[in-house]
Write a protein that binds this ligand. Structure first.
Ligand code: PLP
Length: 465
C-alpha cells in the first residue's frame, strides 16, 4: 500500500493527494464540538475522520486503508463510490432532483416495479419510506388497520429501528431506556440452536419447540388482540441467527391460523446480503409485508419501504391509508435503487454472493472454529456471518457478558483493535465478530480480511482459560 506523507496510490493505480493535517484537525474539531452522535455517550467517543472510499475499502486522513468488513452498517452492498450508483444520482439530480410523493415519477415507479418483480407471491405494491425504522412503523400501522387489532409480537433477540414503535419492537437492550413506550408490543423467544432456550438438542427440536413457544405466546396474549408478528428473516445485529429449517414456514402457518399479519424485516438481509433479492426467497416463505432499506441503494441516499401483498393493499382501495413522508420515494434515492438492479443483474451479484459464501467464507470460518479455542460457533449464509467468541467451549460462557459495556467489553475491544491495526474495519457486537463485507469485494481482499481475523483471534485465544 503506497501511502506516503503527501499521496497514496489507489486500487486503480492512480496517485491521489492525501488531505493535509489541518483538514483532519478541522473535521475532528467540528465533529467533537457540534455533532451529536447516535447510540453514544458523547464524551466517550472519538470518531475516525474518513477521507475517501473506494469499493470495499475506505481511508482515513492519514492514508490508512481499511477493508470494510462491516459494509458501514451492513448497508453498503455495492461498496463505496460505485460508478453506476454515483452516475445515477448525478443524472437524476440534473433532471429532476425532487418531486412530492403524491405525483408519479419515472424512477420511483420503475424501482417499485422491479422490487415487486423479485418479491415473492402477490407482494406487488411498494410504500416508500426514508429508512428501515419508519418502514417497520408503517408496516405495523398497515397491519393494525387491516386487522383492527393493536398488539404486535417480536423476538427478544431483534433490532427493528430507533424510532418510537420500532424501538419498542426491538427486543435487545437498546429498547430498555425508551420504555415504557408503545404499550402494545409483546416479545417471544426465537430459535438459536447454539444457545437454545428450549433445551433442544437438534435443529428439528429447536424448530418444533420454538414454534410451540410462539403459539403459546399467541394464546396467552390473545390471538384476537394480535395484529402482526414481525421477524428478521435472518436476525442481524443480534447474532446472524439463521432460522432452522421449517421455522419460518411454521410462523407463516401460525399467522394464517390466527389471522395475524406476518411482517418480514429484511432491512439488513434484503438486496443480496445472503445471495437472494429477499432472504425469504431462500427459505421459501411468503410474508404479508416485507420491510427493506439499506441494500436497496447501498445507502447512497436515505430510502426504505414496505412491500405489500395484494390482500393488504386492497384494504386501502377505498379507505385512505393515513400515513406519509415528505421524502417518500425521493428521486435521488430511487435512481441509485434502479441502478442497483441493473448492476446486480449485469454483474451476477447474487450468484457471486452465494459462491463466495459457500466456497470461501464458510469453509474458512469452519477452519477458524477448529483452530481457535475462543471460537464457540460460526454461522451464516452468503456474505453475512457471525463468529461467536466464548471463554470456554464446554460451558459456552460468552467472551464478554451479555450487553457488555465499558471495562466489561474491553476484551472484544482488543480483538477489534487488532483488526483495525492490520487494516480491517470489523463489525463487533457483544461477544461476536460479524463478517459482512460489500458484496463487490474481490476474492483476494475477502481472503486477506479473513487472514486478518484469523490473526486477531489469537488475541482472543490468549484470554481464554
Ligand atoms: N431493521 C433491521 C433488521 C435493521 O438491521 C435496522 C438497522 O440496522 C433497522 C431495522 C433500522 O433501519 P434504519 O436504521 O434505516 O432506520
Amino acid at each position: 500500500d503506497a501511502a506516503t506523507a503527501a499521496s497514496y496510490v489507489d486500487r486503480h493505480g492512480a496517485r491521489r493527494a492525501l488531505p493535509d493535517a489541518a483538514a483532519e484537525a478541522q473535521v475532528r474539531a467540528d465533529d467533537r464540538t457540534h455533532v451529536f452522535h447516535s447510540w453514544s455517550a458523547q464524551a466517550m467517543i472519538d470518531p475516525l475522520p474518513i477521507a475517501s472510499g473506494d469499493g470495499a475499502t475506505f481511508r482515513d486522513y492519514q492514508g490508512n486503508a481499511y477493508l470494510d468488513f462491516s459494509s458501514q452498517l451492513v448497508n453498503l452492498n455495492l461498496g463505496h463510490q460505485h460508478p453506476d450508483l454515483v452516475a445515477a444520482i448525478q443524472e437524476q439530480a440534473g433532471r429532476l432532483a425532487t418531486i412530492q410523493p403524491s405525483m408519479a415519477n419515472d424512477v420511483r415507479g420503475e424501482l417499485a416495479r422491479r422490487i415487486a418483480e423479485v418479491a415473492p407471491g402477490d407482494l406487488d405494491k411498494v410504500f416508500f419510506t426514508n429508512g428501515g425504522a419508519d418502514a417497520n412503523e408503517y408496516a405495523v400501522r398497515m397491519a393494525r388497520e387491516v386487522t383492527g387489532r393493536r398488539k404486535v409480537l417480536s423476538m427478544y433477540r431483534s433490532y427493528h429501528g430507533g424510532t418510537a414503535t420500532a424501538i419498542s419492537l426491538t427486543g435487545d437492550p437498546r429498547r430498555w431506556r425508551n420504555e415504557p413506550s408503545d404499550g402494545s408490543v409483546a416479545h417471544f423467544l426465537g430459535p438459536y440452536p447454539y444457545r437454545s432456550s428450549f433445551h433442544a438438542e437438534s435443529a428439528e427440536q429447536e424448530t418444533e419447540r420454538a414454534l410451540a413457544h410462539l403459539e403459546q405466546v399467541i394464546t396467552l396474549e390473545g390471538a384476537s388482540t394480535i395484529a402482526a408478528i414481525i421477524i428478521e428473516t435472518v436476525v442481524g445485529t443480534n447474532g446472524v441467527l439463521v432460522p432452522p429449517p421449517g421455522y419460518l414456514q411454521g410462523v407463516r402457518a401460525l399467522a394464517d391460523e390466527y389471522g395475524i399479519v406476518y411482517i418480514a424485516d429484511e432491512v439488513m438481509v434484503g438486496f443480496g446480503r445472503i445471495g437472494e433479492w429477499f432472504a425469504v426467497n431462500h427459505f421459501g416463505v411468503t410474508p404479508d409485508l416485507i420491510t427493506f432499506a439499506k441494500g436497496v441503494n447501498s445507502g447512497y441516499a436515505p430510502l426504505g419501504g414496505v412491500v405489500i401483498s395484494d390482500r393488504i393493499a386492497s384494504h386501502f382501495d377505498t379507505v385512505a391509508f393515513m400515513g406519509g413522508l415528505t421524502y417518500s420515494g425521493h428521486p435521488l434515492a430511487c435512481a441509485p435503487g434502479v441502478a442497483t438492479f441493473e448492476v446486480f443483474e449485469r454483474d451476477g451479484i447474487l450468484e457471486r454472493v452465494r459462491d463466495l459464501g459457500a466456497r470461501v467464507v464458510g469453509p474458512r470460518l469452519a477452519e477458524l472454529a477448529e483452530k481457535h479455542p475462543s471460537v464457540g460457533e460460526v454461522r451464516g449464509l452468503g456474505l453475512f456471518w457471525a463468529i461467536e467468541l466464548v471463554r470456554d467451549r464446554e460451558t459456552r460462557e460468552p467472551f464478554v457478558p451479555f450487553n457488555a459495556a465499558g471495562a466489561d467489553a474491553a476484551p472484544m475491544g482488543r480483538v477489534a483493535a487488532a483488526c483495525k491495526q492490520a487494516g480491517l474495519w470489523p463489525f463487533v457486537h457483544f461477544n461476536r465478530l460479524h463478517v459482512a463485507p460489500p458484496l463487490v469485494i474481490s476474492e483476494e481482499d475477502l481472503v486477506r480480511g479473513l487472514d486478518i481475523i484469523d490473526a486477531a483471534l489469537d488475541v482472543a485465544d490468549a484470554e481464554v482459560g
